[in-house]
Write a protein that binds this ligand. Sequence first.
Ligand code: BGC
Ligand code: CA
Length: 272
Amino acid sequence: MEMDGIYTVLQNPSEDVYSTVNQPQGRRAGAQQRDPTLPVSAAGKASSYRQPALVLLILCCLLLAAIISLAVYHFKTNEDPEKYNTLLNQLQDLSSKNHSELKKSNTELFVKSSILDKYCPLKEGSSKERGCCPVKWMQFNGKCYYFSTDTMDWNSSRDNCTSKGGHLVIIESKAEQKFLTYATKAHPGNRYWIGLTDAVTEGTWLWVDGTPLNDKTQYWVSGEPNDNNGKEDCAILPFYADPLHPLNSWNDIECQNNYSRICETIAVIIYQ
Ligand code: BGC
Ligand code: CA
């Protein structure tokens, strides 16, 4: 056959395809209706596969949805670590910056606290009250003391201490005399003017604030004051340290001599 034969068959098909297609669904052979060429049992089997197929289709859809969700989640979580890393780096930067700034502040605070302790130590027995003295002054019992290294006569020494906001030292207790004896040992050989004179009335010793010398609080070296040659009206310490009476160190001497001086002022009290 034979090209002519093939054309003949095509031109005259045994089944009218178009009429079959145009038939309503319910009447289409083998679609909804049982194929009359199939045995009854085979048609029943085809129908029983439909439900599981539907379930399978639904499961496939769910699986697809799950895969899409997982993919979206995957991309999101893949992106997040980057963000977290950046955030973490920023936090670490901030933290190290804060740490170094805190360290700097701590050092500054330590320096300031050392300065505070040096110039404004806590008063004995107190955790809140501090006494402050000027630079180069020593503190004892709420008072500040300046031991000069330069020398001048008694009058100039008195005025110099006043110009510093204080006065030549006035010794009011044994404890204070002890402190001065201890402190002046740091500069052996130095002699210091104290604020005591009898220049107004010979034999009447007065402190620079006009207070008369107390009988119980005086520390003359044995044999002093002797107003040697009738010219000695001002007091110094230490003149001579008697091993038997180490605190007795005062001597009267000529006011025109040049010696160092001990100035005194009150410590400024602060509360913290
Ligand atoms: C005396 C003192 C006196 C001093 C004057 C000493 O020998 O004992 O009383 O003040 O000389 O330089
Ligand atoms: Ca004397």
